[in-house]
Design a protein around this ligand. Sequence first.
Ligand SMILES: Nc1nc2c(c(=O)[nH]1)N[C@H]1C(S)=C(S)[C@@H](COP(=O)(O)OP(=O)(O)OC[C@H]3O[C@@H](n4cnc5c(=O)[nH]c(N)nc54)[C@H](O)[C@@H]3O)O[C@H]1N2
Ligand SMILES: Nc1nc2c(c(=O)[nH]1)N[C@H]1C(S)=C(S)[C@@H](COP(=O)(O)OP(=O)(O)OC[C@H]3O[C@@H](n4cnc5c(=O)[nH]c(N)nc54)[C@H](O)[C@@H]3O)O[C@H]1N2
Ligand code: SF4
Ligand SMILES: [Mo]
Length: 682
Amino acid sequence: MTGEIRRSVCALDCPDTCSLLINVDNGRGSRLRGDPAHPVTRGFLCGKVAQYLEREYSPDRLLYPMKRAGRKGEGRFERIGWDEALDTIVSRLAAVSSEHGPESILPYSYAGTMGLLNGSGMDRRFFHRLGASRLDRTICSSAGGVALNETLGFRYGTEPEQFAHSKLIIAWGANIMGTNVHLWPFITEARRKGARLYVIDPVATRVAKLADRHYAIYPGSDQALALAMAHVILSDGLQDQAYLDAHAAGLDAFRQRAAEYPPERAAALTGIAADDIVALAREYATTRPAAIRLNYGVQRSERGGAAVRAVTALPALTGSWKEAGGGLQLSTSQAFQFNGAGLEMPELQLRSPIGRTARLVNMSELGKALTELNNPPVKAMVVYASNPVGIAPNQNLVLRGMAREDLFTVVLEQFQTDTADWADIVLPVTTFLEHTDLYRAYGHYYVQLARPALPAPGECKSTVEIFRLLAARMGFDEPCFRDTDDDMIRTTLASGHPFLEGVTLERLDREGSVRLNVSPEGQPFLPFATGAFGTPSGRCELPSADYAPPVESRLGEESLVSRFPLEMISSKNDDSMNSTFGHRASVDRQTSVLQMHSSDAAPRGIADGDPVRVFNERGSLLLKAEVNGGVRQGVVRAPAVRWARSAQDRRSVNALTSDRLTDIGGGPVFYSCLVQVEKCGD
Ligand SMILES: Nc1nc2c(c(=O)[nH]1)N[C@H]1C(S)=C(S)[C@@H](COP(=O)(O)OP(=O)(O)OC[C@H]3O[C@@H](n4cnc5c(=O)[nH]c(N)nc54)[C@H](O)[C@@H]3O)O[C@H]1N2
Ligand SMILES: Nc1nc2c(c(=O)[nH]1)N[C@H]1C(S)=C(S)[C@@H](COP(=O)(O)OP(=O)(O)OC[C@H]3O[C@@H](n4cnc5c(=O)[nH]c(N)nc54)[C@H](O)[C@@H]3O)O[C@H]1N2
Ligand code: SF4
Ligand SMILES: [Mo]
């Protein structure tokens, strides 16, 4: 078995969901690259995953089950066998369930893997049958997702391939070079044919530096900009009235709201000059086709939902959905019309001791859930595919919860993360190169399947297999707990939706990646060219919400602004994936800095490279100043998310972020965060 090339799929939480090829010699992977035949991957990978084999074979991989040997949080563990680990978990969960009710058990997971089986398959069945609390998975995209659904009815968007036909591309809160690099070749192709690229972002990201124009907007003010653009478009009569008449609802109320946002008012709210707003609106409305790549940065603020709704109204206003290379992409995920109910089996809750749908706990309020929630309190938490101590807001409150002696914590992990340090039991899991899974995407329209390309090291098991074993030990005798991976994939594909017609396990095994039947072969998918919005009215629902600056912003609550005058953005680090890859020294360096504008650094006596303390009412954090022109005055940026366990003060950026929720969707407001900064050490 030498010199074989196997296929896999990148499971990281990224819109690109790349198709991978890996060279395997005698069971060992030697080279990882993007599949040149895949229409979106196009033969290349991002830097972090091109080196994934470093992570795969890292000496820091967890290989055996362990139990806590020291105090909670101390991070001392001793190796145990699988039998002892599983028996301990089952007996503790059973005891907690009978004493406090099963809802005192909280699963906590997100998108450490985007694989459907390992990320949202057997685990869901297990917790439903147990009657555990349900987790409201809001941590990333729920404000924007709900906003899209309210406006468009479907989370569909412009295909990445169609950006090549655009004449104007607006990257709106979208760090394309860092978080969505496979869109870049299509943008480059469009620019070769004369297209312009504009970026709307408070931070001078790599893509902002490569753009034709960078609009350095104030954080959390996008709704005001979009309303002002709509105002200009409507007062100049540049709208596509026929499209609006046929396919939109709420135009009168939207027009009235937009009329309250003349460019001068929006200029004061956004920091973008009135003339620039007028020019941008006119150019957007008259350049055909024009596409907006909206990403999730915009919706991580207090008004993030309304902002996404206002931006999403623009392509309906101009009729841009009609054109290949027009429209907007925030997500494509809902086109994967899988049989989610068959995969997750929520009806198992009726067979649980509570016999009804369990309560829902918002993952973005984990600190509160662990310290305030009652009836019942959370007594056990099972964490997988997530690192909540690192990534959830208000880290100090989360840590207070994790430290509770009466909380039983299980963590299924590949690495000893900040969260694993607080576990009572740690279970070693496989990586995506080592197990079978089925993948959707949120930045393109290809379904993919991956089989194990490499053997599992040590005693690692897949997350699916671990929940199968736990179910058996719990005595759950429903046949679904004996489903094989292939059974689960077949069930998931069998939704009967036309987008999935002919997409079978056999075909995926043959082809690896299959385009959804969103349009006839060779033709672009134009989701809303002829209306067909998924809203109850069948129309694009134009929003009418008013704007107000976030409480935590330069124009926000005065008592806060006076003490904490800087707006902190902790956006994604280019070379990591949330907290994944935090074990790398290079990533640790990149995520331990605070980017500042010189006019904010100088009055504080801070020079480039100085150690600084960043603080607010929730916490304090030590970082190194980078006075490098990356941010505009009044804004600071700390790339997310460092491993707190590597930091001298054992904290990371979420020690500062707020656990307020967004206006729509109950999401986190990571990027509405006021702080003060001082120089350390004198
Ligand atoms: N390299 C890398 N890639 C990733 C990730 C990663 O951690 N690293 N994470 C993955 C995940 S989980 C996700 S959800 C996606 C997210 O992908 P993106 O949404 O592209 O990433 P973010 O960094 O959250 O935000 C994008 C940009 O929005 C800007 N921004 C912040 N606040 C505002 C605002 O108020 N208005 C405007 N207009 N812009 C604002 C930020 O400065 C940032 O440059 O990326 C995925 N891909
Ligand atoms: N300040 C700030 N905080 C943020 C963000 C930000 O931009 N700024 N971004 C937010 C966003 S958008 C998101 S999506 C969240 C992301 O938060 P998380 O989903 O928690 O993402 P990661 O930090 O990448 O942690 C995922 C973990 O899953 C593990 N894992 C990978 N594959 C598997 C598997 O198959 N099984 C199991 N059991 N584990 C696996 C990895 O080893 C890793 O430790 O963070 C949020 N937090
Ligand atoms: S993280 Fe994104 S760009 Fe990088 S390999 Fe994975 S899917 Fe592709
Ligand atoms: Mo995310």
